[in-house]
Design a protein around this ligand. Structure first.
Ligand SMILES: C[S@@+](CC[C@H](N)C(=O)[O-])C[C@H]1O[C@@H](n2cnc3c(N)ncnc32)[C@H](O)[C@@H]1O
Length: 244
């Protein structure tokens, strides 16, 4: 889970264009004729998308499981009066409110490893979504987790940070395990090491659709992320849109 890595998350995600991600979400709202006022962002992490949603004036509630990620999100978001930040789990969150839209980006859904937990998550979303609401989320595709990330090692050498990312894909469990080892310069020329293990489940599109249907979502669409094109065999991120 996200522990000490949280402090480095934004540095390592510096090449991710969250403004573009936010614009894509706006384009999905437009395409489906939605003008939400209340938005729930699940697994908001360090609040990079939340920042743009807050700035756009949405009445925003966001939550994450990791208190380390949330404390960084808090520093970004505490100046906004329209944001409520919570420490909850997607699988069993409880907020006494229904939202116009529920969102989760950047493969947070892949962190849910079991079908039953994914069903509980989607049921929970349904219970927090207004009848005419819209649920948006993306996943790392099966192809990406198995063929692009899985069984590969990545090394990054930056001035004050060196890290190794060793990955293993388990074909039987459809699980990608990431072993992250960081060495951070302590300011005096010494490097401090810490390790984290992350696990993502590789889902096929039809598995997600089946579980969304079990959770009573009736209208389900999916796209090659950041477009409105059908996913292809090499799509690395799939964006889902589901409505009741
Ligand atoms: C890859 S990060 C994405 C964070 C953020 N959405 C972004 O776009 O940068 C995945 C996030 O999912 C969170 N997460 C994983 N499992 C969760 C769960 N069951 N409930 C809530 N958050 C969870 C992690 O703590 C982490 O912040």
């Amino acid at each position: 889970m996200y522990g000490k890595f949280a402090a480095l998350y934004d540095e390592l995600m510096a090449d991710v264009d969250y403004k573009k991600w936010y614009m894509y979400i706006e384009s999905i709202f437009d395409r489906f004729g939605k003008s939400p006022e209340t938005v729930l962002e699940m697994a908001c992490g360090t609040g990079n998308l939340s920042y743009y949603l807050a700035e756009a004036g949405y009445n925003l509630t966001c939550f994450d499981l990791s208190s380390e990620m949330l404390s960084i999100a808090y520093n970004k978001l505490n100046r906004f009066k329209n944001v409520n930040l919570l420490n909850q789990n997607m699988v069993d969150f409880k907020i006494n409110k229904k939202f116009d839209s529920v969102i989760s980006i950047c493969d947070s859904i892949n962190y849910i490893l079991e079908d039953e937990d994914l069903l509980d998550t989607f049921r929970n979303v349904r219970n927090h979504l207004k009848d005419d609401g819209i649920f948006l989320f993306d996943i790392n595709s099966y192809y990406k987790l198995k063929n692009v990330i899985g069984n590969n090692t990545f090394v990054e050498d930056r001035t004050s940070l060196f890290y190794v990312w060793q990955n293993y894909f388990d074909d039987e469990e459809n699980i990608a395990k990431f072993y992250l080892t960081f060495f951070i310069e302590d300011g005096g020329g010494l490097y401090v090491r810490f390790d984290e293990e992350h696990i993502e489940r590789a889902y096929h599109i039809d598995e997600i659709v089946k579980i969304l249907k079990l959770a009573s979502f009736k209208e389900i669409y999916y796209f090659d992320a950041f477009t409105f094109n059908e996913p292809n065999d090499y799509s690395e991120r799939i964006n889902f849109v589901a409505m009741l």
